[in-house]
Design a binder for this molecule. Structure first.
Ligand SMILES: [Fe+2]
Length: 232
């Protein structure tokens, strides 16, 4: 469990969207940057390609991005895992062909004041579902599928969420419309806070304690860039 939950909660808010966070030109710069970066993870099982933005790439765009982010979430520090080569990273590009399942991005350092998670849409197709429910353990993928529970990855795997939010069945219509890739019984007790419909250059901001996942509506593929932040 995170140690400073009271302090973390003081910085929490409902998720929100900044439309046109990036200009068209900046979107192109991000897309170009994505092409140039080396691949960090190519997971064929989950059909996802991940690239970290090493701070050795495109310094100008780094200062633009950080300045813009400051304007939205004020005082923050980036809190992303380093690249394979040990370089600092501004965040993670994810090109995915399959929906990402239910999880939380709370990190693994319980002394940190975890803050906002940001998701920048670099394609026009994609949806992200943010739940009202929150979690203050480490980064975890929540599942009831034995295969998923025994698989290994960056996140811990667990079904402990089912003990935390009550036993209420998840809304059938919402499940059908957005979450067909999730077993409806894995969503017991969950309530949707927001559906973010991706638009090129828009930014979604949510708390790192918010449970979230992709919707199953992916046309071909989507490209997004996420940063994790903390407070001091
Ligand atoms: Fe996430």
């Amino acid at each position: 469990m995170h140690k400073f939950i009271d302090k973390i909660k003081r910085f929490e808010s409902k998720p929100f969207i900044i439309e046109n966070f990036l200009t068209k030109e900046e979107v192109s710069l991000f897309q170009k940057l994505y092409e140039e970066l080396p691949i960090e993870v190519n997971n064929r099982r989950q059909k996802i390609i991940k690239k970290k933005w090493s701070d050795e790439y495109n310094k100008d765009l780094q200062s633009t991005y950080i300045k813009k982010l400051k304007g939205v979430i004020s005082d923050f520090q980036l809190d992303n895992p380093k690249t394979i080569n040990g370089a600092k990273s501004l965040g993670l590009f994810q090109e995915s062909y399959m929906p990402v399942t239910l999880h939380v991005d709370t990190g693994f350092d319980f002394k940190k004041l975890i803050y906002k998670q940001t998701l920048l849409a670099l394609s026009d197709t994609g949806e992200t579902i943010i739940f009202k429910n929150r979690f203050y353990g480490c980064s975890t993928t929540f599942s009831i599928d034995p295969k998923e529970l025994s698989s290994k990855g960056y996140n811990r795997r667990s079904s402990e969420h089912l003990k935390l939010y009550g036993n209420k069945d998840f809304n059938k219509e919402i499940h059908e419309k957005y979450l067909g890739h999730e077993d409806i019984n894995n969503l017991k007790g969950l309530e949707v806070e927001m559906v973010f419909k991706w638009k090129l250059g828009d930014l979604l901001v949510f708390d790192r304690s918010n449970l979230h996942c992709s919707s199953n509506n992916i046309k071909n593929k989507k490209l997004g860039f996420t940063s994790s932040t903390k407070r001091l």
